[in-house]
Design a protein around this ligand. Sequence first.
Ligand SMILES: NC(=O)c1ccc[n+]([C@@H]2O[C@H](COP(=O)([O-])OP(=O)(O)OC[C@H]3O[C@@H](n4cnc5c(N)ncnc54)[C@H](OP(=O)(O)O)[C@@H]3O)[C@@H](O)[C@H]2O)c1
Length: 342
Amino acid sequence: MSYKANTKRYQELIYRRCGNSGLLLPPITLGLWHNFGGKKSMSKEAKKMLFRAFDRGITHFDLANNYGPPAGSAEENFGKIMNSDFKKYRDEMIISSKAGYHMWDGPYGEWGSKKYLTASLNQSLKRMKLEYVDIFYSHRFDPLTPLEETADALVQAVRSGKALYIGISSYSSKQTIKMNKLLKQKGVSCLIHQPSYSMINRWVEKDLLSTLKKLQIGCIAFSPLAQGMLSGKYIKSIPKISRISDNSSLDKKMITKSYLIKIKQLTKIAKKRNQSLPQMALSWVLRHKNMTSALIGARTVKQLDECLDSQKNLNFSSEELKAIDKYAKEEKINIWAKSSKD
Ligand SMILES: NC(=O)c1ccc[n+]([C@@H]2O[C@H](COP(=O)([O-])OP(=O)(O)OC[C@H]3O[C@@H](n4cnc5c(N)ncnc54)[C@H](OP(=O)(O)O)[C@@H]3O)[C@@H](O)[C@H]2O)c1
């Protein structure tokens, strides 16, 4: 039987305006970096997560050329669902893709050249069986390609109708200002910035958030749960089913003494708010007025539901924020820091 969306799906979430654009995004976006790949198809649980997300008002799905494994398979698997169950809902969805990290061999398979970005977007559209993506991102800043060229490729993506909006990811405040200016000169707006941001990775607070506010660019924070570290799962040991055990983007070296102290204290504060730590972590990221969306990942429908329930308590008292600030301090977990250094 084919999927039929919940008729009450738009009654739960409060959508947020992305910068000064016409686009509203859900406060929680689902990303397909982990758990949606696979050579033949995505897992049954992954498919259930997509349907559950849409049923609870998540209209925005975030992908990239290299999501899998293997690279490309998340887009391909998502494309199969797009072409079947989700087909009739295409106009209710915002689908993002990106290019910047290594995707294929040779000098044109990564970074920010026009050649790479254009070829990659064409490949992504084919894999997802889409005519256009809603948002196309430069996935990381390329220090060796002139920014003008990357901007030109992004503008061409819009002019050719293959992308509706443009985004950048993990760019520093300085490079964001430059890119925004270049795009403006060509008559296209930078819709959104996608940086990493969480209670234990706060680099955006230095100057990026205020820059985005000033430029009226939206912001979608990725890894707001610090890849699952902002939960109690690593307190006692490393669970067999977890991102660290998958031996992928999280390293058990990141489970330090100082990290564990923070997690235990933050969990206590969350409990007083009647929230779990993941829920408080999401509400906390969304406390900024100009934070458009928190971009989560999930392994199960249960995790996804728990994350969405964060929306029941979005308010913080100044005492709560003070108490959180005592423990919401930097851990060395920002594996994307290099891109935003320039
Ligand atoms: N632009 C970029 O460079 C970039 C980089 C990274 C990510 N992203 C985007 O951001 C999305 C999210 O990244 P992320 O997956 O790192 O985000 P995240 O939300 O910080 O971490 C997701 C992980 O947290 C755990 N989790 C989720 N809900 C939980 C809950 N309720 N209780 C306990 N644990 C929970 C799960 O880990 P377990 O698997 O251990 O259960 C899940 O896989 C990606 O899919 C991608 O779209 C973009």
